[in-house]
Write a protein that binds this ligand. Structure first.
Ligand code: SAM
Ligand code: SF4
Ligand code: F3S
Length: 442
């Protein structure tokens, strides 16, 4: 039987989809890239903003409409939140929440063998039902971009930022065993993986649920693994980003100098309402220590939300000031999207949609100006780039990222994904550096 798998949402969801793929194949299903010829359609969904949910929902409904007999699985975060309704409406046949996505193959097979088999909602959040993630199947998986792999180190989140649905759908913080994580990375490196990104909703809280070593120790030990050329981590929370972590990054050159540190808002009043548990002054202290310890090499990226309930023009201006003061290399910017079940959903003083759109446009254009002027300062510098793929714009160019996570277009002879190239930056194109490959330094 053939299955079609589509994924929405963050890297952690994409990582879960790899586990789903392994699980389906272990049960004898073959993947197809043509949805309409699949016997089983699985949509791994995201709930973070309304737009993400409606997109996934449209895809599920279309799949049902085109092929009534296909067995339709709604999986992931939106399954956890709203699946009951979709099952009742007959839009999907079963729902599999984030705890059980890695065993989706077994669940689907049981249902196909006996269509009346057991419950249709597989949405447990019981710890003993949490399916293991760091499997050898994942190590052996070969992908086009196998020079780089994501390694999930925690699942869930208990921070309850008031706008965020993640704690409600992913459940409590679960830190995986440090020895299993390190062993998993060692196996990846042994088979040629050059770059690893550690993943968690707040990696800095690693170990706080089960007495494991703290995150900076895990990172330090991962940085010693032979064969790795780049080690990154996502996502950090400013309230838990400690000075030991800054020192570990400084002392281990293999750790990427691109740090993603979501600020969300530049206004203390809004940060408080968001339950972020830090102030802009604290955030700036972290930025100063990163710049001091890592030097001009370090680049900071962030997430920002505009139009949170009660956000005044002054609060918004404070976010613009933060963009000016920090000099982010990239900002992922969002208009606040109310999520039912979260605290902020019932906060008063919602910001009208047209104001949200105006503020978002203003923020995006300010950030763009800053990025271009920052990148221009890098013209003439030498940068090491790991090539990811051929450029989509020009077949003679290659796309990659610098050690501080800046996009770069490299002109050179045929370069396979994973090639390490040194460039002298000659220009800035869009939000990327441009340069010719030169003979790499040792
Ligand atoms: N755990 C990470 C953190 O704490 O920054 C990322 C969580 S979320 C998957 C990614 C980003 O989506 C957040 O940093 C936030 O900027 C944005 N986001 C989350 N909920 C949102 C909402 N209701 N409306 C708009 N943006 C939202
Ligand atoms: Fe959501 Fe906050 Fe947890 Fe990030 S830290 S996943 S924004 S609740
Ligand atoms: Fe990720 Fe979306 Fe779930 S951002 S954790 S897939 S709600």
């Amino acid at each position: 039987m053939k299955y079609f798998l589509e994924t929405f949402g963050c890297q952690m969801n994409k990582n879960d989809s790899e586990l789903m793929e392994l699980s389906m194949e272990a049960e004898g299903f073959n993947r197809t890239s043509v949805r309409d010829e699949a016997d089983v359609v699985i949509v791994n969904t995201c709930s973070v903003r309304e737009a993400a949910e409606s997109k996934a929902f449209t895809h599920i409904r279309e799949a049902r409409g085109r092929r009534r007999k296909a067995f339709i699985v709604i999986a992931g975060c939106m399954a956890q939140r709203t699946a009951e309704t979709h099952i009742k409406n007959g839009i999907a046949d079963i729902a599999v929440g984030p705890y059980e996505t890695p065993v989706v193959g077994r669940i689907v097979k049981q249902h196909l063998l006996n269509r009346k088999a057991g419950p249709m909602l597989h949405l447990t959040q019981e710890r003993d039902q949490f399916a293991p993630r760091l499997t050898d199947g994942l190590v052996a998986m070969r992908k086009e971009d196998s020079w780089h792999r994501f390694v999930t180190i925690t699942h869930g989140c208990e921070n309850y930022c008031t706008y965020c649905i993640v704690p409600h759908v992913r459940g409590k913080l679960i830190s995986f065993s440090s020895s299993e994580i390190l062993d998993h990375i060692r196996k990846l490196a042994d088979q040629g993986v050059l770059a690893v990104t550690l993943l968690g909703q707040n990696v800095n809280q690693y170990g706080q649920d089960n007495g494991e070593i703290p995150f900076h120790r895990l990172l330090e030990q991962a940085a010693q693994i032979q064969g790795l050329k780049r080690l990154s981590f996502l996502t950090s929370h400013p309230k838990d980003f400690n000075p030991e972590l800054v020192r570990v990054i400084r002392d281990n050159p293999v750790i990427s100098r691109g740090i993603h540190l979501p600020l969300q808002s530049g206004s203390d009043a809004i940060l408080k309402k968001m339950n972020r548990k830090y102030t802009i002054a604290h955030y700036m202290q972290i930025i100063d220590s990163l710049k001091k310890e890592l030097g001009s090499d370090c680049s900071i990226t962030t997430d920002l939300i505009v139009g949170f309930p009660g956000e005044t023009e002054e609060d918004y201006q404070a976010t613009l000031d933060a963009v000016r003061n920090v000099g982010f290399n990239e900002a992922f910017t969002y208009a606040y999207s109310p999520r039912e079940g979260t605290a902020a959903c019932s906060f008063p003083d919602s910001v009208p949609d047209e104001v949200k759109s105006e503020r978002l446009a203003g923020l995006v254009s300010l950030q763009r100006e800053f990025v271009i002027s920052r990148l221009r300062e890098m013209i003439g510098s030498r940068q090491r780039v790991i090539i990811e793929r051929r450029s989509s714009r020009n077949q003679n160019d290659f796309f990659g990222k610098t050690h501080n996570d800046i996009s770069a277009i490299v002109r050179g002879n045929d370069m396979l994904p994973g090639t390490i190239a040194d460039i002298i930056v000659t220009d800035v194109k869009g939000a990327a550096l441009f340069g010719n490959a030169v003979t790499p330094d040792k």
